[in-house]
Design a protein around this ligand. Structure first.
Ligand SMILES: *[C@@H]1O[C@H](CO)[C@@H](O)[C@H](O)[C@H]1NC(C)=O
Ligand SMILES: *[C@@H]1O[C@H](CO)[C@@H](O)[C@H](O)[C@H]1NC(C)=O
Ligand SMILES: *[C@@H]1O[C@H](CO)[C@@H](O)[C@H](O)[C@H]1NC(C)=O
Ligand SMILES: *[C@@H]1O[C@H](CO)[C@@H](O)[C@H](O)[C@H]1NC(C)=O
Ligand SMILES: *[C@@H]1O[C@H](CO)[C@@H](O)[C@H](O)[C@H]1NC(C)=O
Length: 408
């Protein structure tokens, strides 16, 4: 799987912090001017232009990185990523809109998506899921699904009564999230999943509605993004059409060169995300695919990263249901991504044995701060202080959060 492509397609523009841009210029100066490069550089015209260019590039990188802002692309043609199969993307959208025109699918995004069918597709990814990015009135619209075509999804039993259908939906959601959603709240759940119901109180869902919703809830990422927005670390769902869901468009966070003065700011963003994972209901949300590549920035949230990819995010009960009792030979068999558990004496896996904090430290914080960390920073000591066990460190971290990150 090509993760680079997937990330591009998941979010959109990459915000790159790269400090190599000025090197060429310096090299050329040094080649041309020898050891006295700097003195000559200050006097010669070429040298001054070099210095100006480096300065401008540096300021640009610094400012764009500091504000975490999207690179300004004012006017001009929208940029289409090279090497994508536009024919395929077109085919996926055409087939969905054909089904919409025939009344087979529905969703609150369909009208807009299928109105003119003149899409400016800027990105398309197809792998373990698909993502299409369309430029729509100056904005990026991101559509995702686990499979390209509506016909690839299961059909519900259309003879079910409305209540039976709702109960079936609650069962499927409970099976996925293991949060034990009570049946008597099913109307609320249905309205969360299919917001059109809020406007058409009492009306039954049409066949197209049911079929579309059914295709959506067979996709774990849709369920996570739609049902658990209270996590506040997943992208919002803006609308759906058939089996496609439109997510909030994020700026992918890329880190290449490390600017020391940015690290503190990145650390605060990481802590915001970690805090919200731990604060989710009674049970922390488990993130098993922890990478910088998987972090996005949302315009709405100044102090946290958003998880761009929901494939390996689980409620604790769900994760333990996947791990516990799984047959194993050794601990390696008891691992789901970054989430580990132990192979017990009776050769079945235990519950998750590590926590979000350990993985954040190992995969993100320690990478960012290498060996250079300060005892005064409570966030860093949570990762480095080996004198105390993880429970104590987490408790101290919670205290620091409640002082410094109460408003995340
Ligand atoms: C692009 O997609 C079309 C339609 O699915 C397919 O026929 C074609 O082989 C694809 N091209 C490439 C280069 O993959
Ligand atoms: C295996 O052992 C664990 C405790 O070590 C226990 O909870 C679990 O039920 C056992 N599983 C089986 C299949 O015996
Ligand atoms: C460590 O960080 C301090 C500031 O926090 C900085 O002055 C110093 O240069 C850094 N050292 C290394 C080796 O990066
Ligand atoms: C928390 O806030 C205090 C006071 O505002 C500050 O001195 C301290 O450095 C902050 N801690 C972290 C880890 O940012
Ligand atoms: C961590 O240390 C505390 C106090 O020393 C102790 O009560 C607790 O059981 C320890 N937790 C773990 C997971 O070892």
């Amino acid at each position: 799987m090509d993760t680079e492509d997937e990330e591009e397609a998941n979010g959109k523009m990459a915000m790159t912090m790269d400090d190599s841009s000025g090197d060429d210029c310096i090299d050329r100066c040094e080649e041309e001017c020898g050891s006295e490069a700097w003195r000559i550089a200050c006097c010669s015209r070429v040298g001054r232009i070099c210095i100006m260019t480096i300065f401008v590039i540096f300021m640009y990188l610094l400012l764009s990185a500091l504000q975490f802002s999207e690179p300004a692309k004012l006017g001009g043609e929208p940029e289409v990523r090279q090497g994508i199969n536009l024919t395929r993307a077109q085919e996926v959208l055409e087939s969905l809109c054909d089904a919409y025109d025939q009344g087979k699918v529905s969703g609150d995004s369909c009208n807009r998506l299928c109105f003119s069918r003149k899409w400016t597709i800027t990105d398309y990814y197809e792998g373990n899921k698909i993502a299409v990015i369309i430029k729509d009135g100056g904005q990026n619209a991101v559509y995702k699904s686990s499979k390209p075509f509506f016909s690839q999804f299961p059909q519900p039993d259309f003879s079910m009564s409305n209540d039976d259908f709702s109960n079936k939906v609650v069962d499927l959601i409970n099976d996925e999230l293991r949060l034990g959603w009570p049946k008597h709240y099913r109307r609320h759940l249905m309205e969360t999943l299919w917001p059109t119901l809020l406007r058409t109180k009492g009306e039954e869902m049409s066949r197209a509605d049911r079929h579309s919703l059914y295709s959506l809830i067979s996709q774990p990422e849709f369920i996570l993004f739609r049902v658990l927005p209270l996590t506040r670390v997943t992208p919002k769902i803006i609308g759906t059409c058939g089996h496609l869901y439109q997510t909030e468009s994020l700026v992918a966070f890329r880190m290449k060169g490390y600017y020391t003065n940015l690290k503190a700011k990145i650390l605060v963003h990481l802590m915001g995300t970690l805090k919200l994972l731990y604060e989710f209901l009674d049970e922390p949300l488990q993130w098993c695919d922890v990478r910088f590549d998987n972090l996005g920035l949302s315009a709405d949230y100044p102090k946290r990263f958003v998880l761009m990819d929901g494939d390996m995010v689980y409620t604790r009960s769900k994760l333990n249901s996947l791990l516990e009792g799984r047959p194993c030979q050794n601990d390696e068999d008891c691992r789901i991504g970054d989430c580990t558990s132990r192979c017990t004496a009776n050769l079945t896996c235990s519950q998750r044995s590590n926590g979000n904090l350990e993985v954040f430290c190992e995969k993100l914080v320690n990478k960012l701060f290498n060996n250079n960390w300060s005892k005064n920073n409570k966030y860093l000591t949570a990762c480095r202080d080996t004198g105390r066990n993880i429970t104590q460190r987490l408790n101290e971290l919670r205290l620091a959060w409640s002082w410094n990150l109460s408003d995340v």
